[in-house]
Design a protein around this ligand. Sequence first.
Ligand code: NAD
Length: 255
Amino acid sequence: MNAPQRVVITAGGAGIGRALALAFHATGARVAVCDIDASAIAELAEIEPEIMGRVANVTNSDDMAAFLADVDTAFGGVDVALANAGTGGPAGPIEKLKLDDWRACISANLDGGFLLCQWAAKHMKAQKSGSIILTSSTAGMFGYPMRSPYATAKWGVIGLMKTLACELGPYGVRVNAICPGAVEGDRMERVLKNEAAVTGRDVEDTRQIYVKGVSMKTWVTTDDLADAALFLASPAASKISGMVMPVDGHTESLT
Ligand SMILES: NC(=O)c1ccc[n+]([C@@H]2O[C@H](COP(=O)([O-])OP(=O)(O)OC[C@H]3O[C@@H](n4cnc5c(N)ncnc54)[C@H](O)[C@@H]3O)[C@@H](O)[C@H]2O)c1
């Protein structure tokens, strides 16, 4: 029997990250997550005490070093690293955006990926195997009016993924990105409200815009994303690397 996969997930306390954590745990994997929100970590521990949870902000290198040192002690390495953390950033025309908000969005979406991949690459190169999965977005595949910081950050995630797929491929390490469409849940409800506030549109009209450009006229669920990640981390995907995988019902346009 194969040893259980050792899986590390950023922003795993809630939303997509929590679904990823529970799905990998259900396969028998050993799972560690970090999250900036202590209450989300406590809630996850109640749902599934076997998942290792730590409070860490992915933009803080000391937090990440402490989290990953704990993972080293507990697991002795990693087989699957999911760089999932990201925040939506400000909405609005570029001339109205503030530099600090731009920086915070770029940092929240990219720093955790950088720090997690840096650590995972050391382990995975040495063991000559591993799967890294970064969470981008359909915003990393299209232009996205009024959301320039987020779109820029998520295209950046694709750049990191493509580059690491080249760097780590010779060591048998695969690197891929998942691009969720609009996911049912709290976060999209917040996004809809923010966008409605800057465009002056109704929240329900804004919701319809998100479905309008999707061929399958649907949002997606956190379970859809977990299924995609389980596949990418599995032997069934053993020759898949450098791939941008949309999980979105096929987005034709974000505008
Ligand atoms: N929800 C969507 O519709 C959607 C669509 C496309 C892409 N994404 C991407 O998927 C990923 C997860 O999104 P989600 O919807 O689950 O988010 P979410 O807003 O539900 O947050 C999930 C968790 O991330 C944590 N978090 C936020 N900032 C953090 C930080 N700096 N350090 C550590 N943890 C942090 C939060 O505390 C929360 O528990 C993000 O990268 C997001 O950009 C989401």
